[in-house]
Design a protein around this ligand. Structure first.
Ligand SMILES: O=C(O)CCC(=O)C(=O)O
Ligand SMILES: [Fe+2]
Length: 523
């Protein structure tokens, strides 16, 4: 049946006294919002830009580029194509139908459609293609989905998955035991090329690493039972499990610290921080010796004494299942600790935020998000592959002391652009080649990803772009091996966000962005 017939049938079904009003031809409803002259002018400008793309590089083009990016997204969605494919992919992934998901993802890839960052974040979580504690990769079909998601992201977003033209090394091709065969001409044993685990520095005596796990097991973490309440820390915010967004099975408490809660070593007793780039992972680097082993120990002591909170999303769907199996302690850090942290890394971090594909970015670096999530991973615990979301600056209201998810003044908004991971323990506590932070990048072969693992070093900070920032990286907190434990702090590096709206993420940032009053999801 043709479109016209359908319309006629609908009109006939309307009871008689009702007649659809037909606007007179000169009524405002029939005129377009766009002036024909403006339209012609816009078309001319766009044609010129297509012919001379170098004209796009000027600063004055920022606004135009942002609008074009948004328009392109709206057009893809308006066609129904983007939307329906997006939901087909989401449903297939959440039902673990990875082969179906691959077909839809491939369609999205070939049609150059642009999913929102929120969809990308959700998809990588759904893939659940995490590696095992023995270092072997997860479901190979899920890994192929992940590879394709990265390639789609590379086209449409700023997610970092530049396809490397270098020749892949021979090391680290990890076989997938259950799929060690050829399916559809694809050698399933090579879906992921795991590069050798990388360490920013070889361990030496000089590191004076403190093996915290040994102390816990030998009951020597505290000489006497720790005082309660724990000195220097106080609860500043509490959310009941059901009120958490998304709802959780456990309550969450934020503990604020007072200056001096963690005793910082004097400068003559500490090594000078140094920066080492993570090889083959563009944008990721490690700053060594930001914290001394004693400082790391004090942080773990505080968390162990006050208590870890479990984190498990309420609700059974795949999307809701917990993406963090580690326990956590949420710490709102004090100004003096933050000052030490920030001044130690400042010389090494990007001084201004990169400009995203939609024209956002460019703000100056301004500080570190005071809201620290301290994680404790025990044997086999992990944080599935994900792309971290961006966050505003958490803090306390200067007068009322109330906890604010977003504490910057309205006229000086800050927004995070980089993830900071502080490793509180290392080699001595975490079995070899496990418990790493692992980055996934597509190789030069479709369907094959490279995994680059960074080994935790006590007191070092790993920094890499996140959210909608150019070069955002897909990564996981890889499982901790047998008998091990890993302690790490996750926080964010903040940049000026003026011009992006009041604490709103850039427009192209999708739904489950960390910056909303939501926790957990989106990292
Ligand atoms: O534990 C790790 O190495 C990674 C943690 C992480 O990715 C995060 O907290 O966002
Ligand atoms: Fe992360």
């Amino acid at each position: 049946m043709g479109k016209n017939n359908k319309r006629k049938r609908t009109a006939a079904a309307i009871p008689q006294p009702f007649k659809l009003p037909t606007p007179p031809s000169d009524s405002p409803a029939s005129t377009s919002l766009i002036d024909p002259e403006d339209l012609e002018c816009t078309v001319n400008v766009l044609e010129t830009l297509c012919e001379f793309p170098e004209e796009l590089s000027g600063k004055e083009m920022k606004d135009l580029k942002r609008r074009i990016h948004e328009l392109y997204r709206v057009m893809a969605e308006g066609s129904g194509l983007g939307n329906s494919l997006t939901s087909k992919i989401s449903t297939a992934l959440s039902d673990y139908r990875f082969t179906d998901a691959l077909i839809y993802l491939f369609e999205m890839y070939t049609k150059n459609l642009q999913p929102k960052l929120g969809s990308l974040q959700r998809w990588v979580r759904e893939c659940d293609a995490t590696s095992m504690s023995d270092g072997s990769p997860g479901d190979s079909e899920a890994l192929k989905c992940l590879d394709l998601i990265l390639r789609i992201a590379n086209k449409s977003h700023s997610i970092n998955c530049q396809i490397d033209k270098k020749v892949l090394g021979t090391e680290g091709v990890v076989p997938v035991p259950k799929d060690n065969n050829i399916v559809d001409g694809i050698n399933m044993s090579e879906v992921i090329k795991r590069k050798n685990v990388w360490k920013a520095r070889e361990t030496s005596k000089e590191d004076n690493e403190i093996q915290i796990w040994n102390m816990i097991q030998n009951n020597t973490l505290f000489e006497t039972p720790p005082p309660n309440p724990y000195p220097g820390f106080r609860p500043v915010h509490h959310v009941k499990a059901a009120d958490r967004k998304p709802p959780n099975l456990y309550d969450s408490t934020v503990y604020g610290s007072s200056p001096g809660a963690i005793t910082l070593a004097p400068s003559e007793k500490r090594r000078k921080p140094t920066k080492v780039d993570v090889p083959d992972v563009p944008g990721a680097f490690v700053v060594l010796d930001v914290f001394t082993p004693e400082e790391c120990l004090q942080i773990v002591e505080a968390a162990e004494a006050i208590g870890w909170e479990k984190d498990e999303a309420a609700g059974g769907s795949a999307i809701n299942k917990s993406s963090i199996l580690a326990k956590n302690f949420v710490w709102l850090s004090d100004a003096s600790f933050l000052e030490h942290f920030y001044s130690s890394i400042l010389p090494f971090v990007p001084q201004s935020a990169p400009i995203s594909v939609d024209g956002n970015g460019g703000g100056k670096v301004r500080g570190i998000n005071a809201r620290f999530r301290v994680y404790q991973y025990t044997e086999n615990q992990l944080y599935r592959p994900h792309i971290d979301g961006a966050w505003p600056a958490a803090g306390l209201h200067p007068e009322t002391g109330e906890y604010l998810h977003d504490s910057s003044p309205v006229d000086d908004p800050l927004w995070s652009r980089y993830t900071l991971l502080v490793y509180l323990n290392g080699e001595g506590d975490i079995p070899q080649d496990t418990g790493c932070t692992t980055f996934f990048l597509p190789s030069d072969k479709m369907g094959v990803m490279e995994a680059h693992s960074v080994r935790p070093i006590q007191g070092a900070v790993l920094c890499f772009p996140h959210g909608d920032t150019t070069g955002s990286l897909l990564h996981e907190g890889s499982a901790v091996g047998k008998g091990g434990i890993k302690y790490v702090i996750r926080t964010d590096l903040l940049y000026e966000a003026k011009g992006f709206g009041q604490f709103k993420p850039p427009t192209s940032v999708g739904i489950k962005q960390g910056g909303k009053e939501e926790e957990g999801i989106g990292g």
